[in-house]
Write a protein that binds this ligand. Structure first.
Ligand code: ADP
Ligand code: ADP
Length: 232
C-alpha cells in the first residue's frame, strides 16, 4: 500500500510567458516500508516534487495524499502539524545543533513536541544506525558520515509516516556515503520506515528499493531493485 501518492501533480512558478512548469502531470505512489530514490537532471523537478509531497509547498493542481490525508485540503495550521508529527527530514548539510550531544540532537524533535522518549524505540534506532558509542559526542567530534547518521536517527525517532531526504550524501565522500546509505537502508528494512530521497548519485540510488526518474517535470522511468550499474 502507498504511504504517499501524487496524482496529476502540476506546479507552475510565475505566470505569463515567464512561467516555468516545474511539474507537468506527475503520478507517483511511494510504497510503505520502502526506500525510494528520485533521480533526474538538474531542473527536472525533483526538489519541487519532494516539497509538494512533504507539504512544504502547495501544487498548482493535482492531489497529494500523505499517510491517508489529502494535504491540499488541509489548512496551513494542520499542514504544519502534519509536518511536525508525521514527517521526518534529512538535509544535505546535516543541520545538527553544535552545542548539543548526538543523543540530545536525536531526541530534539520529541523535546520540541513535548513527547516522552520511547526508550525501546530510541535504542532500536540508535543501534540500527550504529551510533551507540557516539551518543555523548558533540557534532564537531563526529565524522561527516556519523553526523549524517545522527541526522537520520533524529528524523526516525518520532516514528514519522515518511522521511524525506534531500541529497543526504551530497556533502560526503564515497566511503561515508556508502556508510550512511547502508545504515539508512537497514533502518528501512528493520524499522519498516518509509523513506524517499532525492539524489544525483547512481551509487546512492543503488541502495533504494525503487528508483523513479524525472525529466522535464514528468516521471519518465522506474527501476525496481536497482544496482548502481543499472542506474547508470
Ligand atoms: P531539481 O530539483 O530537479 O533540480 P527543481 O524542482 O529545483 O528541479 O526545479 C524545477 C524547475 O522549476 C526548474 O526550471 C527551476 O528553475 C524552476 N524553479 C524551482 N523553484 C523555483 C522558484 N521558486 N521560482 C521559479 N522557478 C523555480
Ligand atoms: P497519533 O498517535 O495520534 O497517530 P502521534 O504524533 O502522537 O500521533 O504519534 C505518531 C506516532 O509516533 C505513533 O505511531 C506513536 O507510536 C509514535 N510516537 C508517539 N510518541 C512517541 C515517542 N515519544 N517516541 C517514539 N515514538 C512516539
Amino acid at each position: 500500500t502507498a504511504i504517499a501518492t501524487a496524482r496529476d501533480l502540476v506546479k507552475v512558478y510565475g505566470q505569463g510567458p515567464m512561467a516555468v512548469r516545474a511539474l507537468d502531470g506527475v503520478d507517483v505512489d511511494l510504497v510503505r516500508g520502502e526506500l525510494t530514490a528520485i533521480m533526474g537532471p538538474s531542473g527536472s523537478g525533483k526538489s519541487t516534487l519532494m516539497h509538494c509531497l512533504a507539504g512544504l509547498d502547495r501544487p498548482t493542481s493535482g492531489a497529494v495524499v500523505v499517510d491517508g490525508q489529502e494535504i491540499s485540503a488541509l489548512s496551513e495550521r494542520r499542514l504544519t502539524q502534519l509536518r511536525r508529527t508525521r514527517v521526518g527530514f534529512v538535509f544535505q548539510a546535516y543541520n545538527l545543533i553544535p552545542t548539543l550531544t548526538a543523543l540530545e540532537n536525536i531526541t530534539l524533535p520529541l523535546d520540541i513536541a513535548r513527547r516522552p522518549v520511547d526508550r525501546a524505540h530510541l535504542e532500536h534506532v540508535v543501534d540500527t544506525l550504529g551510533l551507540r558509542d557516539r551518543l555523548t559526542h558533540k557534532p564537531a567530534e563526529l565524522s561527516g558520515g556519523q553526523q549524517q547518521r545522527v541526522a537520520c536517527a533524529r528524523a526516525l525517532v518520532a516514528r514519522p509516516a515518511i522521511v524525506f531526504a534531500d541529497e543526504p550524501t551530497g556533502n560526503l565522500d564515497s566511503s561515508s556515503s556508502a556508510e550512511v546509505l547502508g545504515f539508512l537502508r537497514r533502518s528501512v528494512d528493520e524499522l519498516g520506515q518509509s523513506v524517499v530521497m532525492v539524489t544525483h548519485d547512481p551509487t546512492s540510488a543503488g541502495y533504494a528499493h525503487r528508483v523513479l526518474f524525472l525529466a522535464d517535470g514528468r516521471v519518465v522511468g522506474e527501476l525496481r531493485d536497482p544496482t548502481a550499474e543499472r542506474v547508470l
